[in-house]
Structures are given as structure tokens and as C-alpha cells.
Design a protein around this ligand. Structure first.
Ligand code: ADP
Length: 692
């Protein structure tokens, strides 16, 4: 296949492969299907990640809530402990008050130590006030509203306390103050029994706000808002501050006191609504980011892989298409000589399927049986590691139908990627057609040359008749003269001498005529093609009679010049003689025009002048004829080009073929003032070589 044909083939192959690949893509569940799979995966992973982050947030919130619940339970427990301590303190006060003054002192001390106690009263069994003490830490609470107005809740509590013989708490109630504000207070009533007899009550008034401040504020109020509420949620007292913008967690717990139930509520401030609320969420988020990154990388990698796959498939398809359309057979063999690969062209050449060939060892099915021994030897030489000639070697293969055909095999070592020889790769070209064409052209060339020779002979025939006229006429007149002499009976003996002489002349002339005829005969008959060493003089001598024939007719003088000590030339004698004859004849014909110059044809032989042609002999034929016009020059060597009425136009083209077949070169140039010189070279047989 020529490079141009290959270049034309490549784009069409490429287009075909691409179309094929496109069709494959459409047929497979790839393309859009693969894209939607990817989007589904991404959506799923995103959903999982969002859920994870949300769950982590939720988990943290629940942790915070649980913590708050724990705090609330602790607060309630602390509160109860405090309140029961107060009960014990009051009991202590009851048991050690012999005098009112002492009671007052003790009560004052209690009030001073406990900020949440606002007032302590000592009442008799009928709840009449014996003694009271107000907290020294603030203004008395019953100033704006008199104590008697708020006593009903206290009475309830004391009744209950008397019944249970233990502390009892009243409902909380609102107590307006002199400063215009008010406070929520609660009474605790503790009966005082001595020797099983009720001797009075101690009523302790608590400020709910103060309870929170004093008992819970320090421990729980820093991070929470602590409050007492009604069951319906109304706040009775509140402590601790709230920061805006933070999420509030709420926990409530009942403070179950005898006679009253309070609700303690803690509102926790936690910075939960952040995106990264804690380490867990941060960890999950970091892992999510890592996951997404890995996914993106995976997607990129898969896209790269897909592209590489596409490229590879394209390259493979292209290679396959190229292999399939190759006209050169390809054959690979491993180091043992087993066929490992054949391309379709090879299969077609030998008429066997690839399966019948791959895996085969010598003798191969395409070896002609008569050649098996020779091929086996060649095979063994190759397997021994001897590389075949780079330019290839010719061989004969056999088709499945038994017909033989010539092939040119170019074989080279098959080198793997690791750089090791794994076998032999051979390109096999069927050259049988080429050989047939060569044979045809050689035969037609020979026929042409024979034709040209015959044409020359035709030409010679007219010259021959002209040339033979002279000896024949001489023979005739000598014969007539001799007859006349012999007719005369009285002829003198001298006459006999004359007859003798005449007969000798007749023989001479007949010999001359015979030579003329023989020279033509020789020229036509000589067919041996072998190259031989011939002296240049011998070549010119051989054509001299024929050249002279024409020279005489056209009144041309022929000069031959030889350089001294010319080496013989290696040539096909008949062919070169014809070349010389053609050139001489053309030269003489070119001078067949009226001109005032003497018609001279010079045949010259000398050593080739240039160094490059050392070892060559140059023949030249010069005439002083009309010369060669430009338009004639352009077509000079074209077969069948002639300017002559009876010419065939084959002479010069054959001359050039013959000279080039000998490795020489035919050229021409004009002569000044008139004429043309044709030169050609032939290889010399150097004398030292002959000696060797
Ligand atoms: P042919 O002699 O049959 O015409 P050739 O191939 O020998 O064929 O020559 C082709 C033509 O070249 C001739 O017809 C002639 O015109 C021209 N030619 C050849 N040799 C000479 C020459 N020496 N001088 C001038 N013209 C020539």
C-alpha cells in the first residue's frame, strides 16, 4: 500500500471507528443512565450526611436537656435539705426560749443568717401573736399590708401543722410593699408541743425570690434562669439572667412540701443552634467533608478512567481496522517458531483461516511439500538467533488449493515492552503479480527490440539491393566476357589467362556479395544475450559494413577514432551494436539535406572523462546534420516519436533502455556550428581484474 493510499484511508477509518463507538455507547446502559446513577449516589450521600449532622445536633440537645433535668433534680433536693434544716433550726428555737428576750435574740440571729427568712412569729395555740422578729437585712414586709389581713393562709397551714404535728407550708401569696412593688411569700407553720401539749406555733415567712437567690441562685443561677411557677406557668419568683440568641432548654420539677407544692423551673441557656455544636458534630462534619472529597475524587478518577477506556477502545478499533485493511500479510511467531498471530491479509493470501494457522509449528501448512527441507533449514537458522537480511528474502508459498506463489518476506525480531525478544514478526508481500508483470514487460521489450531490428533490416534490404548491384553487375560482365572469350575457337592461350582472371574476379565479387548478405544475416540472427568482454574496436568493426552501406548511399564519410589501449567493455554485444548502428544511421539521415558542409560522421571511443565514471568507456557518434529542434528534443526518447516518413520512432528509446540496462548513461548535445553528438557509456573490464 502506498503512503498516499494509507493517508487517504486513515480519516475514513477514523470516522468509521468513531461512529461504531458512538453506536456502542448508545446501546449500552451508559451515558445518561450512568449520569443519573451518579446523581442518585450524590443525593443519597448528601442526605445521609445531613441526617448525621442533624442527629448529632439532636443528640447533643438531648444531652443538654438531660443535664438540665439533673440540675433541676439536684436543685430540688438542695432546696428540700435547706428547708428541713430551717425546720430543725426553728425547732431549736422553740425548745430553748425561756424568755421572750432570748427568743428575740435567737430569732434575729436566724434571720441574719438566712436571707430567705423574712419574719419569724411566735404565736400561741390560738394563733395570737406573742412575739415577732423581722429580718434585719431588709425593711419589714408587713408594713403596707397588715399581718392580720394575710393570716388566712397561715391559719390553714397551722391547722394542718397541728394535725400532722409537723411543719406545714401555706400557699404562696402576693405581698405588696411600701416601695410600690411586691413579693411572693410563703409561710411555714411549725407547732410547738411540750410534753404532748400544744403550747404555740412558730410561723416563718419565706420570700420565694429570696429562697431562689439565697439557696439556688449561686449554684444554678449562673447558667440557668431559676424560677418558681404556678402549675399554670405563671412565674412567682425568678433569678438568674438570660442571654438572648441562645437556645433555651427547660426543665421543671415539683417541690412537694407538706401543705404546698411549688414548681421549680430551670431554663438553661446553651449555645446549641451553632452548625458545629460540639466535637461529635464537628467530627461527623469533617468526615462528611472527607467523604464528599473522596467522592469527588472518585468521580474525577472514574471520568478519567472512562476517557482512557474510550481512547483505548478507539485506538484498538483503529488498529484493528488498519490491520484488516492492510494488503501486507503479517505473521508473528514465538521463539519456538509457533505461529502466534496472523492478520486477515495473510489468511487471504494462503487461503487458510486464522484458527488453522495460529499455534502451528513447522512444517507450516503453506509450505510447498518439495520445499519443506529447505524451509526447515532456514527455520532452524532463524531459531538459532540469526537475523534475516533487512531488505527481506524471496520465497514460495502454497495456497490451500495447492497453487504456488512467490512472496517477499521481511522479518524482524519481535521485542516486548520489557525489551526482550519474544519471537519474530514477519511482513509477507505477495509478489507473484509483480513478477508476472515484470516477465510480460521483459517479453514485450524483447519483442520490440526484435521488431526494431527487423525494421532496420527492412531498411537494409533496399540498401542491400543497391549494394549487391555492383558485384552482381561485375559478376555478370565478367561472366559475359569470359563466355565471349570461350566462344572464339581461335582464341589465344593468353585468352585463357583472361578467363582465369575473370573467374577469380567473379569469385571475389561473389564473396563480397556474400559478406554483405552475411553481415545483415548475422545482425538479425544473433540472439545470445550473455554479457561478455568485447573490445570496443570489435563492436565498431561489426557494424562497419552496414554503416558503410548507408554511408555510400548518402555520400557520407565515416571516420572512426580510438584512444590507445582501450580496455574491453562488458556488454551484450548484439544490443550495443544495434545502439551504435541506430545512432550512426540517425546521424547520417540528419545530414541528408543539401548543405555546403562535408558530410562526415565521426564514431569515437575513449575512456570516460569524469572521475565519477572511472572505469567506464565512452562511445560517441557526431554528425554535422540539421541538429535537434526544441520541440523534437522534448519527445526524443518517447517511443514511436519520429519526424521521418518511414521512421518507427523506436530507435532512441531502445538505445536508452539498452544503455541503462548496462548501468550506463545516454546523453546528447548540439555541436557548433552544426550537428549533434550522442554519447553513451559502458562499464570497462579493467585489465587487472581480467588477470585475476
Ligand atoms: P526514427 O529514427 O525511427 O525516427 P529514433 O527514435 O531513432 O526514430 O529518432 C527519433 C527522432 O529523433 C528522429 O525522427 C529525428 O527527428 C530525431 N533525431 C534522432 N537522431 C538525430 C540526429 N542525430 N540529428 C537530428 N535529429 C535526430
Amino acid at each position: 500500500m502506498t503512503p498516499q493510499a494509507l493517508q487517504r484511508l486513515i480519516p475514513s477509518l477514523k470516522a468509521r471507528t468513531l461512529a461504531w463507538w458512538q453506536a456502542l455507547e448508545n446501546a449500552l446502559p451508559g451515558g445518561r443512565g450512568r449520569r443519573s446513577l451518579w446523581s442518585a449516589l450524590i443525593a443519597l450521600v448528601m442526605a445521609v450526611l445531613v441526617t448525621l449532622v442533624w442527629l448529632a445536633g439532636r443528640y447533643e440537645a438531648s444531652q443538654l436537656q438531660a443535664e438540665l433535668e439533673r440540675d433541676t433534680a439536684n436543685a430540688v433536693s438542695d432546696l428540700r435539705t435547706q428547708l428541713s434544716r430551717h425546720v430543725q433550726a426553728i425547732q431549736g428555737l422553740q425548745s430553748s426560749h425561756p424568755s421572750e428576750a432570748f427568743w428575740n435574740l435567737e430569732a434575729q440571729a436566724l434571720l441574719r443568717d438566712n436571707r430567705d427568712m423574712l419574719r419569724i412569729e411566735w404565736r400561741d395555740p390560738s394563733l395570737n401573736l406573742n412575739q415577732s422578729a423581722d429580718s434585719p437585712l431588709r425593711s419589714p414586709v408587713f408594713e403596707r399590708v397588715r399581718r392580720t389581713e394575710t393570716l388566712s393562709d397561715t391559719q390553714q397551714a397551722c391547722l394542718q401543722a397541728k394535725r400532722s404535728s409537723g411543719p406545714s407550708y401555706s400557699r404562696s401569696y402576693f405581698l405588696p410593699q411600701t416601695d410600690g412593688l411586691g413579693m411572693e411569700v410563703m409561710d411555714m407553720c411549725l407547732p410547738n408541743t411540750q410534753g404532748g401539749l400544744l403550747v404555740g406555733f412558730t410561723v416563718l415567712t419565706y420570700g420565694l425570690q429570696e429562697i431562689i437567690n439565697a439557696r439556688l441562685g449561686v449554684g444554678y443561677g449562673r447558667r440557668n434562669e431559676v424560677s418558681f411557677t404556678e402549675p399554670d406557668g405563671t412565674r412567682l419568683a425568678i433569678a438568674g439572667s438570660q442571654t438572648r440568641g441562645l437556645r433555651i432548654f427547660t426543665a421543671q420539677q415539683l417541690v412537694d412540701l407538706p401543705g404546698n407544692t411549688l414548681v421549680l423551673r430551670l431554663d438553661g441557656r446553651r449555645g446549641e443552634p451553632d452548625l458545629f455544636p460540639n466535637v461529635l458534630t464537628a467530627l461527623v462534619t469533617a468526615m462528611s467533608i472527607a467523604l464528599v472529597t473522596v467522592m469527588v475524587l472518585l468521580a474525577k478518577d472514574s471520568r478519567r478512567r472512562l476517557k482512557a477506556e474510550n481512547d483505548l477502545a478507539e485506538a484498538l478499533a483503529f488498529r484493528k481496522a488498519m490491520e484488516d485493511s492492510l494488503v501486507t500479510g503479517l505473521r508473528a511467531r514465538d521463539l519456538e517458531g509457533r505461529i502466534t498471530y496472523v492478520n486477515p491479509a495473510f489468511c487471504q493470501m494462503v487461503g487458510l483461516a486464522a484458527e488453522q494457522l495460529t499455534g502451528q509449528l513447522a512444517p507450516m501448512p503453506y509450505w510447498p511439500p518439495e520445499m519443506v527441507d529447505e524451509y526447515k533449514q532456514r527455520h532452524a537458522v532463524r531459531l538459532a538467533g540469526n537475523a534475516p537480511p533487512r531488505e527481506g528474502f524471496e520465497s514460495v508459498f502454497m495456497r490451500a488449493d495447492g497453487t504456488r506463489f512467490e512472496v517477499l518476506i521481511i522479518e524482524a525480531p519481535l521485542i516486548s515492552v520489557q525489551g526482550q525478544q519474544t519471537g519474530w514478526m514477519g511482513a509477507v508481500i505477495d509478489i507473484s503479480e509483480q513478477r508476472r508483470i515484470e516477465e510480460l514487460s521483459r517479453a514485450s521489450q524483447e519483442r520490440l527490440q526484435a521488431t526494431a531490428r527487423l525494421a532496420t533490416v527492412g531498411e537494409m534490404a533496399s540498401l542491400l539491393s543497391h549494394e549487391l548491384n555492383q558485384p552482381l553487375a561485375a559478376i555478370a560482365s565478367y561472366a559475359n566476357g569470359s563466355l565471349n572469350l570461350l566462344k572464339d575457337p581461335a582464341a589465344l592461350p593468353q585468352t585463357l589467362d583472361d578467363v582465369h582472371m575473370a573467374l577469380r574476379r567473379i569469385a571475389e565479387q561473389a564473396g563480397r556479395a556474400g559478406k554483405v548478405i552475411n553481415s545483415v544475416h548475422d545482425f538479425v540472427r544473433r540472439r545470445d544475450q550473455a554479457r561478455e568482454a568485447v573490445a570496443p574496436e570489435a563492436l565498431l568493426d561489426a557494424i562497419a559494413p552496414l554503416v558503410n552501406l548507408q554511408a555510400r548511399k548518402l555520400q557520407v564519410k565515416v571516420h572512426t577514432r580510438f584512444e590507445s589501449k582501450l580496455p574491453p567493455v562488458l556488454c551484450d554485444r548484439t544490443m550495443v551494436e544495434q545502439v551504435l548502428l541506430n545512432l550512426a544511421r540517425n546521424g547520417m539521415q540528419a545530414m541528408d539535406q543539401p548543405s555546403n558542409m562535408a558530410r562526415v560522421l565521426v564514431l569515437q571511443v575513449r575512456r570516460a572523462a569524469s572521475n565519477a565514471e572511472h572505469g567506464w568507456v565512452e562511445f560517441s557518434v557526431s554528425d554535422v546534420g540539421v541538429g535537434i529542434a526544441d520541440d523534437v528534443e522534448r519527445q526524443l526518447f518517447t517511443p514511436f516519436f519520429t519526424t521521418k516518413a518511414e521512421g518507427m520512432g523506436l530507435g532512441l528509446s531502445l538505445c536508452r533502455t539498452v544503455v541503462e540496462q548496462h548501468g550506463g548513461h545516454l546523453s546528447f548535445e548540439p555541436l557548433v556550428p552544426r550537428g549533434t553528438v550522442f554519447r553513451f557509456t559502458l562499464p570497462a573490464v579493467l585489465l587487472d581484474k581480467i588477470a585475476a
